[in-house]
Design a protein around this ligand. Sequence first.
Ligand SMILES: [Zn+2]
Length: 448
Amino acid sequence: MSILIRGATVITMDAAATIHAPGAVLVEGTRIAAVGPLDEVASDAPSGCEVIEGTGRVVLPGFVSAHNHLGYTAFRGRAEDVGHSPTHRLYLPMSMVMHRDERQALGALAIAELLRGGVTTVLEMEEDADVLAPFIERSGIRAGIGLMTHDVDLERLMNGDTVFDAALRRRQIDASVEFARTWHGAAGGRISALITTNGLSTSSPDLLKALRSAADRLGLRLSIHLASGEMHLVQRIHGQESFAFARANGFLGEDVVAVHCYRIDEAGVDALAETGTHLAHCPLMNQFRGGIAPVGAMRERGVNVGLGIDNYFSDYFDVIRSCIAVARIRANDPEVMQAPEALALATTGAARAMGLDDDIGSIEPGKQADLQIIDTRRFGLTPLTDPIRTLVYHAHAKDVETVLVDGRVLVRDGTPVALDEEELVDAAARAGAAAWARFVERFGGYHA
Ligand SMILES: [Zn+2]
């Protein structure tokens, strides 16, 4: 099956920052066969191929989110104002009462929303992520997925005690490995598995070491939340500074995606740089927590940075704008983090963090055909004098018209082709209400 996207402005995000206007993209099977000026590419298109009209539209690589918890859509409107780290107050308690089918319904809604908004790849880590994998497979989105482990006794954690549980640790390691064996390489390679853990304050050294050795044995990447406000807890529980502790237990390295890192000093930046650890930078979420990673200094040191959505949100354009705004506030400089640089973090940077940069992140021949097409002939996006800047500063998820993953059209005319929006919204609303009712009954309120 071939598809020709004809006459669009094509922002390739290749190393030379090439833009073709008017340009065209030829997709053959799951991959990009050609990209370039309209005349050149159109003449190579096989007769009878599907034509997607690109006039008045911009083609971008699909967005890559290097950090997500899809089922945490449950916390939309509930966790944004609760302070520094809702992990202990909301996320972990909720994991004790939320049913698996509820997480599935909430996660399915998030997947549909992300696809609808041009996000074609996510790095998903979550408790019970196995319940989301079948829907991820069916939806057509590309994903790296990890069971988000911990080995802390949650009942005692509710009383403020951190006690690690060896039996729980064994179960979590086994489940994580079993999940990875089942799903790594599934859906024709569209799904990959990671080994993940929530964070240093909920992981014993034994858990971290076992996860590192499982990842090495299976050849998988790792991901973990780092330096996002729990630094004092890590020091108290483990008697060591966060980055030194992570490094000593195998959770820094070229195959590690560290998430957040907004409470970080120079030594922490050094640790990321020296070990080749990737940063999943989630500025939209982090700005509401009042902390921002020093991505300028990190990138100067050679740390690869990719953007991530994290939770609740599904408009990736908001994440990119936030990345720019917070970088400028942090640097007190209105010219740092220009729009093309921020867009690169959302595409090539995040793809590299996931180890997928040979296959996705830019529009180049041979790469997977993960594309989004934005209709610019509408309120808010006219005139289109500078395509990158106009989109980065003014576009929204709802402006995305067409989305392809692996050469399959998953969104057409702004509507998911194979997913029923009304059904997904209804199921997620019911799931959210039921889970929160149980949360209130068990913990006596929203702020446990
Ligand atoms: Zn997270």
